[in-house]
Design a protein. Structure first.
Length: 402
């Protein structure tokens, strides 16, 4: 009988935080198993909610401040200070897609300047180890804005400072790093990123994620060329020996990974960095059923998304895994190879995007109840068949014993 549930979802972008998603799933579980033991494990991948989740898990605190948002306006934001002195800078909290108004979604114009401001604020707070979480970005400037905020000057052929935005990088002639904050040289900067995301090439970040951020086909190619040029000049002017073009994680958050790597930051697989702090493997192993969730399940899910990572870890201890998703897209069946046993959309019927986002919690709770009732029914049917089978041969018992 199912009694112990590990509930380990990601957030649903622009609808539910990971915590809210976990609570919605738990409510659906209790409708079917009223006395269920639910372990809520809201998961973050470096994107929205990363700083607050790590602060809560660690007993750290959030530091609130204002900084430059992705469209150049000042926004309220934060970073976390953990008990060991590590600062967690969540790029989505200052340059995320959710902070870009829908009528201003132009990834050629948005900036990561605020990310650099958060890093500088963390240094001012005394941090000498900084973890930058990448994910849910609304930018595609290669981290150029962040470098500018940290003191680098991006100059055109006439020696003039470039304005913000990825498209401006096509005019970049020289990077002057003499004004970089000297504290960076003595700071351990680690970037939690998806290693599948690279800066350039056919799978480069502009081509893969540009359309999601509002870029037209022509803008995608313009950004791809700009980021390729950016990688060349970063390599030349900062004397970088690592591969900034197609190295793992260089395309994280619109290329922020490449920009920070040029400053000496280490790009690390995000789940190795983030999930170890949550004792995830042990908590999954204690469950009868693992339930995870995300906004969209598709061919990209096995490439570093939370449901696939949860499934891989759950399978180490033989735990069954159910995935609930806002939408089921092309190639979703590939998640079975990662260890997912079953998946389902939370939508009860075709609805508008506005309604889906606004009723995400309600839909997720109802979908959990539907899925779990089917699982319970299947368990009862299986138990009934087992009860009528011979314990020796596995065949049906005769109607009488002679």
């Amino acid at each position: 009988m199912l009694t112990r549930f590990a509930i380990a979802p990601s957030g649903f972008k622009e609808s539910l935080s990971a915590r809210s998603a976990a609570e919605a799933i738990a409510e659906g579980v209790r409708r079917v198993v009223p006395h269920a033991r639910t372990d809520l494990i809201p998961l973050v991948d470096g994107g929205e909610g990363t700083a607050s989740a790590l602060a809560a898990a660690d007993g750290g605190r959030l530091v609130a401040l204002t900084a430059t948002g992705p469209v150049g306006r000042r926004v309220g934001t934060h970073f976390a200070l953990l008990r060991d002195g590590t600062a967690v800078v969540e790029m989505a909290a200052v340059a995320g897609l959710a902070l870009v108004p829908r009528d201003l979604r132009d990834p050629g114009a948005t900036t990561t300047y605020g990310v650099g401001e958060l890093i500088r604020a963390a240094l001012d707070a005394g941090a000498r180890r900084i973890l930058v979480g990448c994910g849910d970005s609304g930018t595609s400037d290669g981290g150029a804005g962040a470098l500018q905020a940290l003191g680098a000057r991006l100059l055109d052929a006439g020696g003039r400072e470039l304005p913000h935005g990825g498209r401006e990088l096509t005019r970049l002639s020289r990077i002057d790093v003499r004004g970089l904050d000297p504290r960076l040289a003595h700071t351990d900067i680690r970037v939690a990123c998806n290693p599948f995301n690279v800066l350039c090439g056919e799978r480069g970040v502009a081509r893969v994620f540009g359309p999601q951020k509002g870029a037209s086909a022509a803008q995608v190619e313009q950004l791809a060329a700009a980021l390729d040029h950016w990688a060349h000049l970063l390599t030349r002017d900062l004397r970088v020996t690592a591969d900034l073009f197609e190295g793992p994680g260089t395309g994280a958050s619109g290329g922020l990974g490449a920009g920070l790597a040029a400053l000496g930051a280490r790009l690390l697989p995000r789940f190795d960095v983030l999930l170890g702090r949550l004792d995830l493997d042990a908590r999954l192993a204690r469950a009868d059923l693992v339930v995870t969730a995300e906004g969209a399940l598709d061919h990209q899910t096995p490439r570093g998304k939370i449901p696939a990572e949860v499934a891989r870890r759950a399978k180490r201890s033989g735990r069954p895994v159910l995935v609930l998703a806002g939408t089921i897209g092309r190639g979703a069946h590939h998640v079975r190879a990662a260890g997912v046993d079953a998946y389902s959309s939370i939508l009860p019927a075709p609805v508008s995007l506005t309604e889906a986002l606004g009723r995400g919690g309600e839909f997720l709770t109802d979908a959990t109840e539907r899925a779990l009732r089917m699982i319970v029914l299947g368990s009862r049917l299986g138990a009934g068949q087992a009860a009528t089978a011979s314990p020796v041969s596995g065949t049906q018992r005769p109607s009488s014993v002679r």
